[in-house]
Design a protein around this ligand. Structure first.
Ligand code: FPP
Length: 277
């Protein structure tokens, strides 16, 4: 159950409220991560330039974030720009995405404030153009004291490079403090990840139907439920987030253990059966 101070259910659309009403309040996810895919296809289907797909995708980011903030979702983490996008896409598209990010932050800051959203980033953000970094820092600072949803944008992000960065920092710590590598724990690795301050995602949504993880949050999604929708990101709205949460609530999370209703092993009965066989 989310803290009631962060809920603004009355601000949901009627359709969203109807779906929200079907959710179990005691099984809401703490952290939803999204791979936003399909901007190019959305544009292609309309004979538009890819850029317009990204522009429309930025609108989805704002609308989905607002729904997340209304239902009090504590953590929303969006894959906005991967290391691979940076290296492999044409320069013109990368430059457009950088300009779009800057203008997104500028023009949506007030809406983030109105929705009590705090914005943060993960990734090798120090490699982004300086003017983009300045705008990112500006938005993070302005929203730092907001207490609703934390919107984390993964920018120039890759799951493997995140682990490389974490292992480098851990190795430095081990050297400095003369620690025994045999005593490294999962917790030690966790606290050197970009996401050290967040819980792992409960739910990972991927749009546009691709069944891939694309190097996203590889360490963190060990036990995350995955929801793939055919819908392209520019068509994804708050209602679809709520539908994904409803689907998530129908799953049984087992974390490698036994599910409910699997029946306890009656050791005595098992012993008799084995003896009789
Ligand atoms: C995938 O679509 C999406 C991206 C590469 C970037 C995601 C960017 C946005 C949603 C817009 C900007 C975001 C912010 C926060 C301002 P694709 O181009 O790979 O689509 P395709 O697979 O159909 O070609």
């Amino acid at each position: 159950m989310y803290p009631s101070g962060t809920l603004r259910i009355h601000e949901l659309t009627a359709e969203e409220r109807a779906t929200y009403a079907t959710l179990k309040p005691d099984r809401l996810p703490e952290h939803v991560a999204i791979i936003m895919d399909g901007n190019g296809r959305w544009a292609g289907h309309r004979s538009l330039k890819r850029f317009l797909g990204h522009q429309q995708g930025a609108k989805s980011v704002q609308l989905v974030t607002e729904t997340a903030s209304r239902i009090g979702l504590p953590w929303l983490t969006l894959y906005a720009f991967s290391l691979e996008n940076n290296l492999r896409r044409p320069r013109a598209e990368v430059n457009f995405l950088m300009r779009l990010l800057k203008s997104y932050l500028e023009s949506n800051l007030q809406r983030m404030m109105d929705n009590n959203v705090r914005i943060r980033y993960i990734g090798r953000t120090h490699e982004l153009p300086p003017e983009v970094q300045d705008k990112m820092a500006w938005a993070a600072e302005a929203t730092a004291l907001n207490t609703g949803t934390t919107l984390t944008l993964a920018l120039n992000y890759g799951g493997r490079s995140e682990m490389v960065d974490a292992f480098r920092r851990l190795a430095t710590e081990i050297k400095l403090k003369h620690l025994n590598p045999e005593r490294i724990t999962e917790e030690d690795i966790h606290r050197h990840l970009y996401t050290a301050h967040m819980p792992d995602p409960d739910l990972l949504i991927r749009t546009s139907g691709e069944m891939r993880l694309s190097n996203y949050l590889l360490w963190q999604i060990a036990y995350t439920e995955i929801f793939v929708t055919e819908r392209l990101w520019p068509d994804f709205r708050g209602i679809h987030l709520l539908e994904a949460i409803a689907d998530f609530q129908r799953r049984e999370r087992r974390y490698g253990g036994l599910g409910e209703g699997s029946g306890e092993v009656d050791e005595e009965a098992e012993r008799i059966k084995i003896a009789a066989s």
